[in-house]
Design a protein around this ligand. Sequence first.
Ligand SMILES: [Zn+2]
Length: 354
Amino acid sequence: MAHQNTDVQTQSPSLNSPIENVDRPVRVLYIMGAGRSGSTLLDSVLANHPDAVGGGELVNLHSAGWSSNEVCACGKLGTECDFWTRVRSAWQRRVPDATVASYIALQKRFEFPHWFGLIQFARLARQRFFPSLAFKTYLRQTEALYQAMAEVSGRSIVVDSSKTPIRAAVLSRIQGLDLRLIHLVRDARAVAWSRRKSLAADQAAGVQTTIKPRPSWYSAGYWALINLLSMMVRLLSGSRSLRMRYEDFVTEPKRELERLGVLCDLDFTSTTNALLHGDPIRVEHPIAGNRMRMGGSVRLKPDWEWRDRLPNREQAICWLCAGWMLWLFGYSRNCNTAVADNVPMQPANAPRPI
Ligand SMILES: [Zn+2]
């Protein structure tokens, strides 16, 4: 039986009145990058805007939320959560030819990564010039999901932290979406440290399957590939975008939220003030993603644990596998010293990546 997250219920304001007709393009704030880069935190911060609704990793909504019936951040099962139940009804009304199973089948063909997504990218490249009926159907049904979320929430902006660059490439092909891409980067050594830990499956805690530890070379290689693909999508999609380092976000939230505000055409002043005062950021109904979403709220908290805990040899392996890209993003090789919270990784006058 799913647990009830009372914290969410007390902190989350009611959703706005449903929008009858979503005729304007739905604005989608899409977070892409490698896993364990802080996307759940950023999703919650962006979705804190009164005009936005956060969905977590929407790429997994149909499979995790509606097919496997996993637990939403509100504490209810995917098929029992009122928000997702209404979104599903609105989605089905817009695309009556779709079922959850048929949509997942399309995702497997065009979106779920094989060989780290390289096969899907090859398929997408072909569809760009010779779009098949199945691909057009997939785009239409995906667009309908965002429209359904906007309709049910009464908010015109949807935050999607699916992270995969493949989905970003797919979304950039949908004319009815106003896509803004956020390429979120975190130091590969922090990602490697996070992925060295194993997690036992715990539905109520937001861990759907047992997560096995990964060696540092594997995590660094994965990190480099995903970020390379993310850069390619930024370059080729034509969508408005920026790159942001997680470390900059947690140490300079005001400056980074101003950059995000320009990208998204939104004013994040109230969210910035909440973060600077250490106030909790509400979490509503993300149904897939990091277990952090199950806490009901999140706070900004820098985490430099890897600098003290990741062995020097492992750090060297990360630099060997992904050093050129770390350097490109403005990270330095030698930072293996304990650093107090709220101290930026780079000197204040260091060049900031775009
Ligand atoms: Zn829910």
